[in-house]
Design a protein around this ligand. Structure first.
Ligand SMILES: [Zn+2]
Length: 242
């Protein structure tokens, strides 16, 4: 078994730790993003309700203006009515007043509907704002926890990366290249332990001559099934005895 493979096995342990830290940090970062997206969605929803509210308030304001105009017109017609001399004119103005009063009633009805809707919207908005505030309070506490954990992981990754560089110095460039390529192809595991005649990377039996050649320190042996580089544990008495 080549000495390099044993060092590569140490390197792989560090790399697996870095992979796991990176994976965890990424998952936590995703959680932060999803909390932010949820808050943004709630804010957007409230903004839409507020926008509907302001449209309805504007419509109500226009209706109230029309109502005031209509009321003025009715008052003026009623004053005119008292000064009218002819029957025909009296009937015409009376008809005008009746029509205007119908319009007024209709406007009042519409204004009432707008008031009902603005009341509803105000309740909905207040409720949603309360929920958003609660959500943001919880999210902020959770985000700060997540951020702390991400910082810890980043520090661990930095430390492990330094350790990795020290270990990698002892490995030939060609071996490193082979190791990196295998790791990409084999879900992060380029190096596998050979134990009791099997490759622990793919769990397949190794041909006896392959397994036996591992006991010669100078040999560099790959699993014929998964191509992972094989090593024996030094303190593996069982294997040493076999
Ligand atoms: Zn294998």
């Amino acid at each position: 078994m080549g000495k390099n493979v044993r060092i590569l096995a140490q390197l792989q342990e560090i790399d697996l730790k870095i992979d796991s830290s990176r994976g965890e940090a990424q998952a936590l970062q995703n959680e932060i993003h999803s909390l932010e997206a949820m808050a943004a969605e709630k804010q957007q929803d409230i903004a839409e309700q507020k926008s509907e509210l302001s449209v309805i308030e504007e419509e109500k304001r226009v209706l109230e203006e029309n109502l005031a105009t209509e009321s003025d017109s009715i008052s003026r017609s009623e004053i005119r009515l008292r000064e009218i001399k002819t029957q025909k004119e009296y009937q015409a103005v009376s008809k005008e007043i009746a029509t205007a009063k119908k319009v007024k009633t209709d406007l009042e009805e519409q204004i009432l509907q707008k008031i009902t809707r603005t009341d509803e919207l105000n309740v909905i908005i207040a409720e949603k704002e309360g929920k958003l505030q609660e959500f943001e309070g919880n999210a902020s506490a959770r985000k700060s926890e997540l951020q702390d954990r991400i910082e810890q992981l980043e520090k661990a990754i930095a430390d492990d990366s330094s350790a990795r560089n020290v270990t990698a110095k002892d490995i030939a460039a060609s071996m490193m290249k082979r190791y990196e390529t295998l790791r990409q192809k084999r879900q992060g595991l380029a190096i596998a332990e050979a134990k009791a005649g099997s490759c622990m990377g793919c769990n397949m039996n190794l041909p006896p001559q392959v397994f036996n050649s591992l006991f010669k320190e100078e040999n560099f042996v790959c699993c014929p099934h998964c191509q992972r580089m094989l090593f024996l544990r030094q303190d593996n008495d069982e294997a040493a005895a076999g």
